[in-house]
Design a protein around this ligand. Structure first.
Ligand SMILES: C[S@@+](CC[C@H](N)C(=O)[O-])C[C@H]1O[C@@H](n2cnc3c(N)ncnc32)[C@H](O)[C@@H]1O
Length: 281
């Protein structure tokens, strides 16, 4: 029977030989999930023997990682903001950059405010769920054009005991006319068709293109979100948008045309302009 040390050593070597850059950390994450022990436990107990069936399960996961499947899809979970979300291949894996939207919103609204919030393109539901968990008087509406994505968001709302505070609609932003909101949030697909092929294989090979691709210029869905939110927002309500690092100027132009006042452009952890906060005039 092999021990933790040798099983990990073989997996790391195998992944490195197959050009997986994060071979070390990936092997440790996968083994700790199979053994249901922390990574520290693995490192401190490296001579402990592992059962053959567990090694088999682990090797199957390593094989999937070798084919560049993201760890989040293999383990069916991803940490985002303060919570863990269920994810599968129907939804974008929540990104740390999107946490900037959450930070900005929580900074702008206090604990006891009552707000009606719409999340356009909810995917896993990570944005609306994170905000509603921290703002108990907010009520949410979440839409997505993809039925399977919406089912993931509903499941996450249930896990986080928010199913009674969020209404879900399968709808494209084009066809959604319901309600008036104090706050609209969206992380729409904004990568242009031509740049898609330059994304890492982990992303382009596994994540849904509906969540990534924003048409020929990257603005197809963004434009719709800006235009439609202008109808769905109350006067004085805010729109908070995630955008691509090179989309700021065009987005500001579109916003001004639709009578928004741009309050702030927040930067991501790489110092790029990625989050727009604006007010419906
Ligand atoms: C970039 S993902 C964001 C997912 C999630 N909000 C997040 O931040 O992780 C964009 C989402 O928008 C949805 N979507 C794409 N086109 C849409 C449209 N026209 N109307 C509504 N949702 C759309 C996709 O299905 C996808 O779930």
């Amino acid at each position: 029977m092999d021990n933790i040390n040798s099983v990990l050593f073989n997996a790391k070597k195998y992944l490195i030989n197959n050009s997986i850059n994060s071979a070390n950390i990936d092997s440790e994450i996968l083994l700790s999930s199979v053994l249901k022990k922390s990574k520290n436990h693995l490192l401190l107990n490296s001579s402990i023997k592992i059962d053959e069936d567990k090694i088999d399960t682990f090797n199957k996961l390593v094989e999937r990682r070798k084919k560049q499947e993201p760890i989040a899809y293999i383990l069916k979970q991803k940490d985002f903001w303060k919570s863990t979300f269920y994810v599968d291949r129907n939804v974008l894996i929540p990104r740390p950059d999107t946490e900037i939207l959450i930070e900005e919103i929580l900074y702008n609204y206090s604990k006891n405010q009552k707000l009606s919030v719409l999340d356009i393109g909810t995917g896993s539901g990570c944005i609306i769920i994170s905000i509603l968990k921290d703002r108990p008087n907010f009520k949410g509406t979440a839409i997505d054009v993809c039925k399977n994505a919406l089912n993931v968001a509903k499941y996450n709302a249930k896990i986080h005991q928010l199913e009674n505070r969020i209404k879900f609609y399968k709808s494209s932003v084009d066809n959604f006319f319901k309600g008036k909101y104090d706050l609209v949030i969206s992380n729409p697909p904004y990568i242009n068709k031509f740049d898609l092929k330059y994304l890492e294989r982990d992303v382009i090979g596994f994540e849904p293109s509906l969540a990534l691709e924003g048409g020929i210029d990257g603005f197809t869905v963004l434009k719709k979100v800006i235009k439609k939110s202008s109808r769905l927002l109350k006067i004085g309500g805010k729109l908070v948008l995630e955008i691509g690092f090179d989309q700021k100027l065009k987005v500001i132009k579109l916003l001004k045309k639709e009578k928004y006042f741009v309050n702030k452009i927040a930067k991501d952890y790489g110092n790029r302009d990625r989050c727009v906060i604006c007010t419906k005039l």
